[in-house]
Design a binder for this molecule. Structure first.
Ligand code: NAD
Length: 252
C-alpha cells in the first residue's frame, strides 16, 4: 500500500459516532482502522468492507495496546493520515458522592486515552510532515454539567489539549481540531435515557433545532476537518449541536 493512501485510525469505532465516521470515510475513499475494546462488534461490522476496514482490539487506557494498534495500522495501510480520538464514556453521580474510581475511569479513557493516541499519532505524523487529528469534545466542555463532573472536566481538557497540540505542531504540517457535539442518538445517550438518568424532553426544549443529532451529522464534520477542504483550519472547536452552544437558554 502506498504511503500516500489516505488512512485513518478511529478509536471507539465499534458503534455510534466512531462507526458512522468509519463508514463515511470509506465512502470518501479512505482506508480505516477501527480500534475498540469491543473488537467483536468492530469485526462484525468491518466484514462488510473487507478491502477498506481493519478491526483491531484497542484499549486506550493501555499504552501497549495503543502502540500495537498504531503499529498494525502502519503495517496494514503503510502510513497514517488522520486520527479520530473518539473513544469516550460517562459515569453519572452527584459530585459530592462521586467515587474517585469513577472520576479516574472517565478521565483515563476520555482524556488520558486521547493523549496516548495523540502522541502515538504524532510520532508517525511529525516525521511525515502531514496529518490531521480530530478529538471528540462536547457541549459539556464549556458548561457545568450536573451529575457528570468527570465527563465535563475531561471534555474541557480535550479542548485545551487540542489547542496546545495545534499550536505546537502547526508549523510541522499537522492540524489538530475538535468536534463538540450536542446530544447524539447513540448508545451512550440511549443507555442513560433507558436507565432513567436522562430525560430527553428538556434536552429537546434546550436544543434550538428540537431534535437529537444523527451520528452521521457528527461524522460529516469530522471528515471535513480531516479533509483538504479544511487545510487552514487548526486548533478549532467545531460545534455540531443544533444551536445548543449559541443559545443562552432564556426563552423569548
Ligand atoms: P458510544 O458509547 O456509542 O461508543 C463509544 C465506543 O467507545 C464503544 O464502542 C466502546 O466500546 C468504545 N470504548 C470504550 N472504552 C474504550 C477504551 N478504553 N478503548 C477503546 N474504545 C473504548 O459513544 P458515542 O456516543 O458514539 O460517543 C463517541 C464520542 O463522542 C465520545 O468521546 C463522546 O464523549 C463524544 N460525544 C458523544 C455525544 C453523544 O451525545 N452521543 C455528545 C458529545 C460528545
Amino acid at each position: 500500500m502506498s504511503s500516500k493512501t489516505r488512512s485513518v485510525l478511529i478509536t471507539g469505532a465499534a458503534r455510534g459516532i466512531g462507526w458512522a465516521s468509519a463508514e463515511l470515510f470509506v465512502e470518501k475513499g479512505w482506508k480505516v482502522t477501527l480500534g475498540d475494546v469491543d473488537v467483536a462488534e468492530a469485526r462484525k461490522r468491518a466484514v462488510a468492507y473487507p478491502d477498506h476496514m481493519l478491526a483491531l482490539p484497542l484499549d486506550v487506557t493501555d499504552q501497549a495496546s495503543v502502540d500495537a494498534a498504531f503499529a498494525s495500522h502502519l503495517a496494514q495501510w503503510g502510513g497514517l493520515y488522520a486520527l479520530i480520538n473518539n473513544a469516550g464514556i460517562q459515569r453519572h453521580a452527584p459530585l459530592a458522592e462521586l467515587t474517585f474510581e469513577n472520576w479516574k475511569a472517565v478521565l483515563d479513557i476520555n482524556l488520558n486515552g486521547s493523549f496516548r493516541c495523540l502522541q502515538a499519532a504524532a510520532k508517525i505524523m511529525l516525521p511525515q510532515g502531514s496529518g490531521a487529528i480530530v478529538n471528540l469534545a462536547s457541549v459539556a466542555a464549556t458548561r457545568g454539567a450536573a451529575g457528570r463532573a468527570p465527563y465535563a472536566a475531561s471534555k474541557a481538557a480535550i479542548v485545551s489539549l487540542t489547542k496546545t497540540a495545534a499550536v505546537e505542531w502547526a508549523a510541522r504540517g499537522l492540524r489538530v481540531n475538535a468536534v463538540a457535539p450536542g446530544y447524539v442518538e447513540t448508545d451512550l445517550v440511549r443507555n442513560v435515557i433507558k436507565e432513567g438518568r436522562l430525560d430527553v424532553g428538556p434536552i429537546l426544549e434546550r436544543t434550538p433545532q428540537r431534535r437529537l443529532a444523527d451520528p452521521v451529522e457528527i461524522a460529516k464534520a469530522i471528515h471535513f476537518l480531516c479533509s483538504d477542504e479544511a487545510s487552514y483550519v487548526n486548533g478549532h472547536v467545531f460545534h455540531v449541536d443544533g444551536g445548543f452552544e449559541a443559545d443562552y437558554g432564556v426563552p423569548f
